[in-house]
Structure formats: structure tokens, C-alpha cells
Ligand binder design. Structure first.
Ligand SMILES: Cc1ncc(COP(=O)(O)O)c(C=O)c1O
Length: 387
């Protein structure tokens, strides 16, 4: 039986090849230090696990959830945005519950775009954005994120015809893969840009909790007028190490939120209610676990960046997220360098070209192993005498 033309057009999962290579190396019995993935290594804080246990014991949670999710979680999301960002969110009209933000990001183009409509995507960027474009039968153009612009888009450099044609743009700060952050001024410019060209904005705030050097990442919704033009997607995967739980939410523009709830009415009956209640407990409970997590990542970042600088590998320290974006040494492409590190140093990293053409010349390192393993990885690389 043949699959549909639409599914045939889905992009090949670039990183599945990498995962295979790493798994093969591990199966050979090699001690691979895997810095290639984005899967948080710490456990979910115990009070959230406990909230799930308690909720799961209540038979009320064994029934279908209301289609658009439990109002407890929507209220918790609203309360969280008020507390963290000073933003007012109507819990019933301006929140949509998501099975993790990957689902939201992939289904959103189907909510807002017609066949052939144009959307704008960052390059480098999170590869799953492309899947949503294909499933919607839409088209996309990319805009480069360049080191000289601190990996922020230069809206003036986007061709006018693309700005006029585009209906939707995706942004993501703190950024995967570059580790860059965006400030309020940038989001204010974004609102102006979006209003002028009538483009809806989706800000993927997956790393919203992870900012370094005492700087808390800014929410798009802190910018005046942001709710007129867009939404933000927030995941619990990174903030509370809940990647396996599959829970997140979208907040912001009422019409866009309604469109997400509409498509989800047809796809799901929302999440297991006990997970929703535990997620609400995470958002409304003590946030010291998040502070501890951010300091853990910051310590790893400092240790790693200091160590690579000591071996002569000059790289910028990421300002947020848990990724470091490192230039590859002369004479290598991103992919050649990633293969070389895996073969010669048993260190796995993600080649930058997997995130788009402007990722060429970089590799992405996930700070998701403990400091001693990060140091061991740098020591193995030092022995290759590349720098
Ligand atoms: C930039 C970015 N957006 C979205 C996601 C999806 O997160 P989740 O589906 O777990 O909410 C990820 C996960 O790695 C990510 O890196």
C-alpha cells in the first residue's frame, strides 16, 4: 500500500541518521559521550511526580478530559504568565493545551494557512517546523540568523515581496540551536513588523525558563500589542524536565488559540487529566526547582566554554537554552567534523547543517551530561590537536 503524496513530502528526519550512527557506536561497546541530543538529563522534580500519582488515583481523572483541556491547567498557565511576565491572559479564551509544543508547532500551519500560502522560518531553526509546512500544503522561505546580528532576524533584509506574501512567521528565543536570546526591543520591533505586513507570529518559547547571567528570557507577550498579532508556545518539557510527559500550552491571540482548539477538537480529547493536573501543580508550585536547574546548566556552560577556550577553540558562550553553538575548525564541513569527532574522539555532536544552510560551519553541543563528562569530551577533543 502506498502512503499519500503529502506524507511522501515530509522532510527526512535529518537527525535520525545521527542517532543511528551513535547507536551503532554504542553497540560496538564504545564509551560515547553523547552531546548530540536535546533530551533533558535530570528527573522531573518529585513534587510534580507526586501530584501525578495523587491525581492518577482519583477515578475522575480516568475519564475523557474536556476537549480543550482542564480549566485547572488553563488557569495555571494564566497565573504563570501573570507571575513570570506580568502578562494578563484570559484562561478560557487565550490558552490552548498542547501535547507538547512539537504538536502545536506542527499543527499550527494547518490552522492558519491555505494550500500554497507562504510562511517564514528561521535558518538555522528547529527542524520540525518544516513538517507543519508540508502537512498544511503551504510553502516557506527562510531568513538567516547570523552571528553578526546576534542570531536575530534582520527584518529589513527580508525581501519585500516575501514580507507582503507571508502569513505566518516562527521565532524561537532562547534559540535552538544557537543559544541566542532576544530582548523586549526585538519583540517590539517584531510586533511593528507583523502589524505592517499583516503576518501572524508564533514565538516558540521552549527554553523560556533557561537564561544565564541573571537574565530571565523575555516573552513575546511582554511587548505591547503582541496579542494582536501572535501567540507564544510554552512547554513544560525543559522547565520541569517533563519531556516524556508531553505537555505544553499556547497563549495569546484569541483567534489563533480558537483555531488550535478547533483542530484539536477533531484530533484529540486533550491529555490524560492527571497529567494536566500535575502540570498545573508544576506551574503554580514552588519554582526553586527551576532556579536550581538553570544554575546547573549555567555551571555546565561555564565549565564547558572555559575548557574549550583553553584548548584554543574560540566560541561564544550561549546566553540561554542548554545548547552551545560552536564554529567548526577550518577544513571541515559541519557533517565531516561531527563524523570526525564521533570516530576519533567518541564524542557525538549535532552537525549545524541539519538546522538549515546557515547552520553550516557550526556544530551544536547539548549541555546535558554532567560536568565531568563535558570535561572528558573536551579532553578527548584536545588530543586530536585541531586547534
Ligand atoms: C526549539 C524547540 N521547540 C520545540 C520543542 C518541542 O518540545 P516539546 O514538544 O517537548 O514541547 C523543542 C524540543 O526539543 C525545541 O528544541
Amino acid at each position: 500500500m502506498e502512503i499519500s503524496e503529502r506524507l511522501k513530502k515530509l522532510p527526512t528526519q535529518f537527525f535520525s541518521a545521527l542517532v543511528k550512527k551513535v547507536n551503532n557506536a554504542v553497540a560496538e561497546g564504545r564509551d560515547i559521550i553523547n552531546l548530540g541530543q536535546g533530551n533533558p538529563d535530570q528527573p522531573t522534580p518529585p513534587h510534580i511526580v507526586k501530584a501525578l500519582q495523587t491525581a492518577a488515583e482519583d477515578p475522575k481523572t480516568h475519564k475523557y478530559s474536556p476537549f480543550s483541556g482542564l480549566s485547572e491547567l488553563k488557569h495555571a498557565a494564566s497565573e504563570y504568565y501573570k507571575k513570570q511576565y506580568g502578562v494578563d491572559i484570559d484562561p478560557e479564551k487565550e490558552v490552548a493545551i498542547l501535547f507538547g509544543t512539537k504538536t502545536g508547532l506542527v499543527e499550527l500551519p494547518m490552522c492558519l494557512l491555505n494550500e500554497g500560502d507562504l510562511m517564514l522560518l528561521p535558518d538555522p531553526g528547529y527542524p520540525d517546523y518544516l513538517s507543519g509546512v508540508v502537512l498544511a500544503g503551504a510553502q516557506f522561505k527562510t531568513f538567516p540568523l547570523l552571528a553578526e546580528n546576534r542570531f536575530l532576524p534582520d527584518y529589513n533584509a527580508i525581501p519585500l515581496e516575501d514580507k507582503e506574501a507571508a502569513k505566518l512567521v516562527y521565532l524561537n528565543y532562547p534559540n535552538n540551536p544557537t543559544g541566542a536570546t532576544a530582548d523586549l526591543k526585538f519583540f517590539e520591533e517584531t510586533v511593528t513588523f507583523a502589524k505592517k505586513h499583516r503576518i501572524s507570529v508564533v514565538h516558540d518559547f521552549a527554553y523560556g525558563a533557561i537564561g544565564f547571567d541573571g537574565k530571565k528570557p523575555t516573552s513575546l507577550l511582554e511587548a505591547e500589542g503582541a496579542k494582536d498579532i501572535g501567540i507564544e508556545m510554552y512547554t513544560l518539557s525543559k522547565t520541569y524536565n517533563m519531556a516524556g510527559w508531553r505537555v505544553g500550552f499556547a497563549v495569546g491571540n484569541q483567534n489563533i488559540i480558537e483555531s488550535i482548539n478547533l483542530i484539536q477538537d477533531h484530533l484529540y480529547c486533550s491529555l490524560f487529566p492527571a497529567i494536566q493536573l500535575a502540570a498545573a501543580a508544576a506551574l503554580t508550585g514552588d519554582q526553586s526547582c527551576v532556579e536550581e536547574l538553570v544554575s546547573l546548566y549555567e555551571k555546565r556552560r561555564n565549565t564547558f566554554i572555559n575548557a574549550i577556550r583553553q584548548i584554543g577553540w574560540n566560541a561564544q558562550a550561549p546566553k540561554g537554552s542548554f545548547f552551545a553553538w560552536l564554529p567548526v575548525p577550518k577544513g571541515f564541513t559541519s557533517e565531516e567534523f561531527a563524523d570526525y569527532l564521533l570516530e576519533k574522539a567518541d564524542v557525538a555532536v549535532a552537525p549545524g547543517n541539519g538546522f538549515g544552510q546557515y547552520g553550516e560551519g557550526y556544530i551544536r553541543v547539548g549541555l546535558l551530561v554532567d560536568e565531568s563528562r563535558l570535561l572528558e569530551a573536551v579532553d578527548r577533543i584536545r588530543k586530536l590537536n585541531l586547534f
